[in-house]
Design a protein around this ligand. Sequence first.
Ligand code: ACO
Length: 429
Amino acid sequence: MSGKKAKIELEGKTYELPTFEGSEGEKAVDISSLRNQSGYITYDNGYGNTGSTKSSITFLDGEKGILRYRGYNIDELCEKASFLEVAYLLINKALPTKTQLDAFEKNIKEHTMINEDYKHYFDVWPRSAHPMGILASAISGLAAFYDDCLNPNDQKQAHIATIRLLAKMPTFAAYAYKKSMGQPFIYPKNKLGYCGNFLNMMYSCPTDEYKVDPDMERALNQLLIIHADHEQNCSTSAVKVIGSSQANLFAAVAGGINALWGPLHGGANQAVLEMLEEIHVNGGDVTKYVARAKDKNDSFKLMGFGHRVYKNFDPRATIIKRSCDIILNKMGIHDPLLDIAKKLEEIALKDSYFIEKKLYPNVDFYSGIIYKAMGFPVNMFTVLFSLGRLPGWIAQWKEMIEDPESKIARPRQIYTGEKQRNIVPIMER
Ligand code: ACO
């Protein structure tokens, strides 16, 4: 607590509320005693002004476009670290030594296969099933296969659940893709790295030799790091709300996957590509779509623009845009959708509507274009986001579980419905 008090006056009475500051100077008023003292709750639609927790994992400053995991800038992590190093950092609070990283990687490799019985699970899905639905159910089902690691308060169990999730999620994701293609599942290859193994399970076929392209592997590593955590976003909050009931980690992460699926959150990368394709098919007139996005009577939004927190630029979008150019150049791909995306960005950034509302391209604006260049089908984009976000979900869940002050998440409401009334017999209604 900072010692400074906030004063709130209600119905002629003044209430004093404690305030405190975070390590980067963010300020908060602790309103937790307000209802008991005054009978009032605070109302904050969409939680835009509500801090649900204290956290030492990720710092972001939406005005300055800063994103740091455990104090390290996202640019530096993307340049110098592997995804598993970042996962270790998020979950264990410090970058690993070489020995620690080797042990972590080995541990994960020992769990990459899924139980053979689990393969039948994929048989029940239609070919057209969205892989996010398949992935969420598969992760939820892990609780049935591994009931030896469901107690969130047992550190050893939480650790093994963490390793199983990190190890098996890429296998589930690749199997969901193979199922949609009608191709045989490819077993994990532990001599490959985390990203290389995933690419191999996605694209290898028993009929042909598949060699992991190091540029693709590097790009995927960077994309996963960029998505690895983003403090109390929608899906992470979903994971924590579920976990706050002491439900097991698999159940909590399955909830996070479902929350991420929505087009206003992780599903936006799919929505962006579909929007760019629509603009392309309809002649590429970007201005028409910018006008639609500004029209109050049109529900159309420029997908990939705007963010609840970033009001200047999204540092992840800057990194992705750079690597998008590199990958497309290296692969010799000319994608008209990238031209449309660049035009859209240029026009929107000069437009007073977008400037006044502080709407800038977010992480999803360019990620779909790279994913497409890497051969991922559109409905796998959000699955890739899930693979990236997994360590963040786990780290945030772990921080909550280990915090002795944690409570079950249970917001209040202001009831606006009918007052008490009596049932009118059915024939008289
Ligand atoms: N296109 C056009 N107008 C927009 C857009 C957009 N993409 N985003 C916001 N606006 C407008 C809103 O209509 C609103 O206008 P108003 O003040 O006249 O009512 C104003 O800008 C503020 O927007 P809100 O929706 O109130 O902002 P909020 O913080 O609630 O929403 C969100 C943020 C959901 C990301 C929103 O900007 C959006 O829907 N963007 C498109 C979807 C998207 O790209 N989502 C991915 C986010 S990144 C991520 O989750 C990984």
